[in-house]
Every structure is written in C-alpha cells, then in structure tokens.
Design a protein. Structure first.
Length: 82
C-alpha cells in the first residue's frame, strides 16, 4: 500500500490553465458565432495557445515522479505525465 503524501496546489499552473483554455475557447466561440476572422479572434487564440504551452512546460518541469511514462519512437522523445 502506498503512503499518502501531502501535496500543495500549484496556483501559477491553475492560472495558466484557466487563462489558456478560457482564451482559446473564447476565440473558437467568436469564430463559430460570427464567422469572422478578426484580429481579436486571432489574438485570443494566440494568447490561449501561449498560456497552454506555458502550462505544459511548467508541469513537465514540476515533478520527477510520473504515473505515466511515454516514449515516442520518433527521435526517442520521452514524455512523463502526472
């Protein structure tokens, strides 16, 4: 049986995820609603993608103990999840 560990919330990651997903979903909603390819729609999409990339980078560097270890056959890239 595994020993329970005390973990703390990573508030910057929560903020990155909220801003990233919120901006991306808002831009997709604007695109689907009006069909416009406006500058604001593209700007929100870029901000959302940037924050999601920051979120992924922050979480990959947080822990060295992963529950899932994935090795991609292309150039031996290893990804660890959770």
């Amino acid at each position: 049986m595994l020993e329970p560990k005390k973990i703390s919330a990573d508030f910057p990651s929560v903020l990155y995820a909220i801003v990233g997903l919120g901006s991306l979903l808002y831009s997709l909603g604007r695109l689907g609603e009006s069909g416009s390819n406006g500058i604001y729609t593209a700007l929100f999409a870029l901000v959302g993608i940037a924050f999601i990339m920051i979120f992924i980078n922050a979480n990959l560097s947080l822990s060295s103990h992963s529950l899932i270890y994935v090795l991609l056959p292309i150039s031996n890239i290893a990804w660890e999840f959770l």
